[in-house]
Ligand binder design. Sequence first.
Ligand code: 13P
Length: 355
Amino acid sequence: MSLSTYSKELIATANSLAVSGKGILAVDESTKTIGKRLGAIQVENTETNRQAYRGMLFTTVGLGDFISGAILYEETLFQSHLDGETMVQKLNKAGIVPGIKVDKGLRPLPGAQSVETVCTGLDGLVERAADYYAQGARFAKWRAVLQITADGCPSDLAIRENAWGLARYARSVQESGLVPIIEPEILMDGDHSIEVTSAVQEQILKEVYFACQLNGVLLEGTLLKPSMTIQGADCAQKSDPQIVAEMTVRTLERCVPASVPGIVFLSGGLSEEAASVYLNNMNTISRKAQWNIGFSYGRALQHSCLKAWAGKDKEAGQAALFARAKANSEASQGRYVPGSQPSSDEQLFVAGYTY
Ligand code: 13P
């Protein structure tokens, strides 16, 4: 098998994920991270509780009207629902494409500054991706993280290494039929301005696409998952939603090839409401490139839902998820009326966040 074997399928999968009006549900929290979420609602982090929570999400009636794909953690890809059907079958029945987080997490980057990291998991990735494909996954995610600091981060070394890792990952999973979601996240930590974020993000994205070219990545069979162009969480000057939307679109237009079918944002610690409002504003701006601008939210889709579920109330959990999924579907078409769906304004940003 090779990329050419899968190229048609990769393009079809990427287009189906990036279809207008739908986005991606990121439920690929590591066992440690989901433990923090469950801990916050006093639910023990057992496999049974993770199965109950994620099974509750995937059996939300009508979810497939707003959600095109779900990114899973490995445990979930190989897990069954309480009724014995696999989670993959549940998603397929809902018309939701199963995906898989394939990176093996962040490690310190030798030679760079102390906060800088490299994303690991390239060894054996072509083979691992083939196993995930056999299990029903059709797309993948790899999250590289960069941070802006007053003392010069991200360094050129961190940018180059993380861009290279993303491109190698993208090519590797395409060889096995999985559409790569390319995720160069810029953390919100810091007091930098939105202009600084935009300049740094331009450098990162250009490096990512240069590395993709060198690795022969089929861009039509990829999605980009960036953070929004926004000031650091500690910056005194808060940009209004229209400025965030304009700056983000400008950054993307300067860097993302038109052959990429979709851009799906991460929420990165934005509140549920802000994540929807910023996305909505982006979709009301006239723009040069045709990529679909949608979402691949984790926290901004699950926060109210987790609280409403609280380990026992399936209907309330599903209603909360449905509301945020519908809101973001509307936002991805520029039709969201702020506050029209129940949501939370709670800032979900945590300094030094690990996923
Ligand atoms: P958040 O939306 O919570 O940032 O998560 C999305 C994601 O998948 C990060 O890798």
